[in-house]
Design a binder for this molecule. Sequence first.
Ligand SMILES: [Fe+2]
Ligand SMILES: [Fe+2]
Length: 274
Amino acid sequence: MPEKWKFEDIDWSLFDPEKVNPETIRVLKAGSVVEYNGSDYGLYLKGVFEGDTLFEKEIEAWSKDEIKHGRVLAQWVTLADPTYNFDERFKAYVEGFPIDIHAKESIRGSRGSELLTRCMVEIGTSSFYAAVRDATDEPLLKQICHKIAADELRHYKLFYTHYQRYQAHEKIPLRKRLQIALGRLFENEDDELAFAYYTANKASGPYNRKYYTQEYGKAVYTYYQKIHVERGMSLFCKVVGFHPQGWIQKGLSALAFKILSSKAKAYKRELRAA
Ligand SMILES: [Fe+2]
Ligand SMILES: [Fe+2]
């Protein structure tokens, strides 16, 4: 398992302003506020898993990792765009997208379902940072995304381990597992990221969900190469209960890659026409 890294381990001198893509700055502004909100997600999860002492400690460590991701991304964005006021933007984001930190039960129905959902989120983030790492030429961002992607994969493994523990007695059937996992996959197009993109970029005018989903998606979906989607689908199959490298994984990878590419094109087209 790779060594845990600290904020101080980042080599900030690597930053090369010439290699920064303005669209990536906008995307990572959204990333910085969502990640930093790991503090509230940590409180929510601790409420849901109250009494599971060992796991509660791990949730705390997980939450600290996510906050660290938010801080590191905010620092990179500030280097790329010194006008970025992270504290102000984060405040605007949490006010508009609050998490129920007093919940005592999972909004997903059970602890097993919650852990399955957390696995899906970590699949999404690990694939995203690996894709940004491979898409950017900016050396500092490459280093940052490499480190964050490793953390996200570790988080997947953490939630997967505990999911197996709960699944041993919850025995969520395959149909329900697929429903939860696919449900979370499509939720990626819900308000969380689109609203984060809108608030973190201090966009003018009222919030328009469809417009900001397209703005965010048109940038992000082009980062992904086949390999990122294949790895993500392998993790997806593992947690749902299919062979991680079987025909289902291959079929899903091809389908997901096709969807991402066509969505990126469709969003660009629609935004141009708007
Ligand atoms: Fe993260
Ligand atoms: Fe994570």
